[in-house]
Each structure stands twice: as structure tokens, then as C-alpha cells.
Design a protein around this ligand. Sequence first.
Ligand code: SF4
Length: 459
Amino acid sequence: MSVKVGLVSLGCAKNLIDSEIMIGHLAKAGMTMTPDASEADVVIVNTCSFIDASKHEALEAIYEMSDGKATARKKGQKLIVAGCMSQRYQGTIPTVEGAKGRIELPKVDAFIGLDQVTNIVPVIHKVMGGEAGMTEFLAKTTTFIPDFDTPRFRLTPKHSAYIKIAEGCNHPCTFCIIPRIRGRHRSRTVESVVKEARQLVAEGVKEINLISQDTTYFGMDRWTDARPNPRSKVDSTKGESLASLLRELDKIEGDFWIRLLYTHPAHWSDELIETIGQSQHVVRYVDIPLQHISDRMLGAMQRETDGAYIRDLIKRMRAGIPELVIRTTFIAGFPGETEEDFTELLGFLSETKFDRVGVFKYSKEEGTRGAKMEGHLSDEVKTERHGRAMLLLQKLSKERGERFVGKKLRVLVERPGVARSTGDAMEIDGVVQVPKKLLVGEFAEVTVTGASEYDLIAK
Ligand code: SF4
């Protein structure tokens, strides 16, 4: 009888791809997936551990699944914990660091790390064979990166897919734990990514989302001259780069979009701007987390950029890529942030008028350099600043929406009555409400008739 597996996938799109790879391997081994945890022989919780809130969500899912096990939803059901949480706490498992000290995890049959997603089948065989509390599948540092032929079962809608072009991160951001969890940056080759994109387009995918921890660093980990000049026009002479990848992807025939997510501002070059500006397939949408604008804060966060560089980069991007939609994120309440720093950030938001902005309250993460810094702000101050930023953003977002009324847009229909324009990334941004008769998974031309705070209405 085939083993039935249930999977709970938490966190970001990068983790979702890891879930897709696990399911691809299960399917290849003849195992079946079930959406109903009560009938699964094995439940896998693929965790996220980026900030406290995601850790909390992961713990809740583990407890819920383990409770199900205890109440014998299915006799002998096994529980496997995968993803960032088991990778992050591998030295102390089965305890993890919570907001108020160590937490003992409930009984788990196996913890597996990020490099073990392709090993999920032998892990399941072992737990089904009675082995319990296994941690031997955890590797201290991660080096895995998928290839175009890595077995994978897509969990996204038929018309939209993610491609992980690189994994890991070499940046030193002081608020972030990711490099310690996901390891050093390693890129796939242009050839590998293009092969995967060709397959996806042939399968009918209409939108390819390129993701990694830092998409702009693609290829640069293999350069001998490791530190690129941000204003360089000659990226491609040093080796493969995001610009050279986009030029190759652009040669694929068909009607489809390419979307860039998670680009770090430090590695944007004029060549990349020019490439996007001239591309047929790359949409005029860029996700570029900026995190702050005050020089003091950018320095403390070690973002490898300063306010003048960021302001100039935004200007160059907007000049080189007409009608560019920019999504960005900022952190409010980083240690040492003064009222003056925060006011500078609010002023920057008002004057720059980004299309999509997320502002997050600083989360103190153990193991990061930020956690050990002087000048942590009280939760009241962080909440108050976050609230002020959100109020301003709501106002700016409404004004932006109204500017679209009367304009024609090309949209990709996501589900009946709901579509996304080039300015709306899947699961991240707003949507365009469209007539229900438009075909799901196809492009359509619509005219905007109204706007709410985050969404547009079109006919
Ligand atoms: S670029 Fe900075 S914030 Fe992003 S994953 Fe790397 S260290 Fe974390």
C-alpha cells in the first residue's frame, strides 16, 4: 500500500520550492499526497524561522500536528519537521529558543535540514520502519541548490511558477539570520535556469518569478573579481550575471512574463537597468528591499548602501525602465533609530511614492549582531512608529490607485473575477477585480474603472 503524506508548507516562496521538491521526490517514489492530515501516514511540517512571528507559526503547526498524532487521527502517524527551523536549531533540537526562553518541542520522529529535501523518501522509510527522534539528516552548513531536472511538483497555479536561481546569501545585514540558516550564496548556471524556464513555458506557464535571497547577486559568487562595481556597464564580461541571464531568458519564444523578486540594491548595475528596459518578457516590476534611508541606520544595518546611493539608484531605475513599478520594504524601530532617522524615512516615502511598500516592526532575533546592539527601542515606540508609517502608506496607496483610473492594463487572470497586472506579484501585492467571464490562466486587456486602498477594479 502506498504511503500517504500530508505537508504543511510555511514561510516564503523559497521554502515553497523546497516543499515542491519534497513532493516531487515523494511522487517519484510512488507515495501519494493528501490534503487531509487525519488520513496521512506521515505529516511533514516545512517550517520558516525568519523572525519571531514565523517561528511562532511554525511551533503552532508542529503542536497541532503532534496533537493530531497523540489523539490518533491516524494510528501510528509520523511527524517530520523540515525547513529553516530545524536547520537553525539543529544544535539544540528538540528545544528551540522562544521569546521567553527555551521551548521543548513535542515528540517529532525526524528533523531534517535544508539540504535533505531530496532525501525525504529514505527519511520516510526510516520513520515508517520505527526509527524515532532522528536528527542525523541535519547538516551544519547547507550547500544544496536545485537544478532544472530536480524532481518537483508545483504547488502554484498552473499559469504561474517560481524558479529558484540561487540559494544562500553573502550579505552581512545585522538584523538577519538567513545567511546562518541558508548558507553562502551559490548560483545556478544561466543554462540550468533557461532549461527550466523553457520547460515551464512549454507547459503553459505564463508568469515566471525569479527568486533567491539576493537575485541581483546571481552569478557573481563565481566571479574572480568578487566585488562588482554597482555603476559598472560591463557585468557580463566578468562572468554570468542577472543581466546575462535575463537576456538569455528573453530569447525564449512565447507570451509570458518574467518577474524579479528579492533584489538587493547594492548590486544593481546600469547594464541590468538597460537589459530590463529593453526586454520583451521581463515585466516593469522590481522588488527591492531598501530597509531604511537614513545613513546612520543603513550603516548600523550594514546594508552596503547609503541614502545618496539609494536615491540615485531609484532615479536611474525610473529613467531606464519606463513605467516601472517598485515594491520595497523598510524596518521601523531598528536599535538606535532616532525620531530624526524615522522622520527622514517618512519624508522619503512621501517624496519617492513607491508603488508597493511593506513596513515591518524590527524583530530582535537571537544570533544576529543586531540583537546584541545598544539602543533597542521599547515595543511601544516600535509599534507607534510602525503605525505612523502604515497610516502614511494607506494614504499614498489610495492616491496611487486613483492615478490608474481610466488606464488600460494587461492582466493575468488568477481565478474567476480576480487578476493581476504587471505591478502585482503573486501572493504579495494587490489584485485587479475583473469580470468573471475572463478565462483563468490567460492574459486579458482591461480598463481600470475604480480603486480601493490596495486593489483596482476594471472592466
Ligand atoms: S540580503 Fe540581508 S536581509 Fe536579505 S537574506 Fe541576505 S542578510 Fe538577510
